[in-house]
Design a protein around this ligand. Structure first.
Ligand SMILES: [Fe+2]
Length: 295
């Protein structure tokens, strides 16, 4: 397996290895896992991906999420990201499915609004548009390392609130349904996630983050916005241009990503699997201390 660096200080393409190798061979998994911890974004090209193979590959990294209520694929291990309606045609530009793509174009990390946040997301390209539709990544590990030491220390002791309804409300006030709001109460996480394997820290931020615990609302929001702006400034990203057969996985603890737009009449179908973070991934260390004591 060759590891070819891709982005500005993070991201790598794995060559000479397939999803099946990593799914079924312990040595291939160990090498891929080490690359994941080191590079945060991994790209595999020209894969013959099926749902079953993607899930077997994903399970190597931890327990797969059950897709949440309100998403296509709810109740299964797959999130179906598509603009193709039940009749096989692309839905109109003002359809809820298209509006959700707009929310996906805000800088975020997946599942920080869930009771158990995600270690990694694995996305496979099944149908891609002719133009646009890229996925753009930045490293929040690099972003943390660029901050001065005093701010790094301060952030390690701060906790932010993450709410799905907040990120959706930036696109349309009612984009999060009452059922989604009821199922997804706001979550509070430490603003820095230390990787237990290599000890490197990353900012833990997202479009879902709206407040800092113990801080006046506007001040907390300003801090989140400033950190996000610094993390996502131009020249710091890896832009992934999709080809059919691509599989990309990323570390939700150490990156932000966003979808890029494409012409709304062009079809797109992507399948995502998402792996929950566990104790071995540092989950307990990002919970507020009082919650740790209660468990
Ligand atoms: Fe996402």
């Amino acid at each position: 397996m060759d590891v070819i660096p891709l982005g500005p200080g993070f991201g790598a393409e794995l060559r000479g290895v397939t999803l099946a190798d990593i799914a079924f061979d312990d040595a291939a998994y160990a090498a891929a896992r080490a690359a994941f911890e080191e590079h945060s974004v991994l790209v595999l090209r020209s894969q013959d991906t099926t749902d079953e193979l993607q899930l077997a590959f994903s399970r190597r990294f931890g327990p797969p999420e059950i897709t949440k209520i309100g998403s296509q694929g709810a109740g299964s291990h797959f999130v179906i990201l598509t603009t193709i309606g039940p009749d096989g045609r692309v839905v109109p530009a003002d359809h809820r499915m298209q509006m959700r793509n707009k929310a996906n174009q805000l800088w975020h990390t997946d599942a920080s609004f869930k009771r158990v946040p995600a270690l990694t997301s694995i996305l496979s390209a099944r149908i891609i548009p002719d133009h646009g539709g890229e996925t753009e990544f930045v490293s929040t590990r690099r972003a943390f390392e660029r901050l001065d030491t005093d701010l790094q220390k301060r952030l390690e002791g701060l906790f932010a609130w993450h709410d799905y309804a907040h990120s959706r409300s930036q696109i349309a006030p009612d984009l999060a349904s009452p059922e989604e709001r009821a199922a997804l109460p706001a979550q509070c996480w430490r603003m820095v996630w230390r990787n237990p394997v290599n000890g490197r820290c990353a900012l833990y931020l997202a479009s879902h983050a709206y407040a800092v615990e113990g801080m006046e609302p506007a001040t907390g929001k300003k801090l989140i916005d400033e950190l996000t702006a610094a993390a996502t400034a131009s020249g710091l990203s890896y832009l992934h241009t999709w080809r059919k057969g691509d599989v990309v996985m990323w570390d939700n603890r150490a990156t932000l990503h966003r979808g890029r737009p494409w012409p709304s009449h062009e079809a797109r179908l992507m399948i995502r699997t998402t792996i929950s973070a566990t104790a071995a991934d540092g989950l307990a260390t990002i919970r507020p201390p009082s919650w740790q004591a209660a468990e």
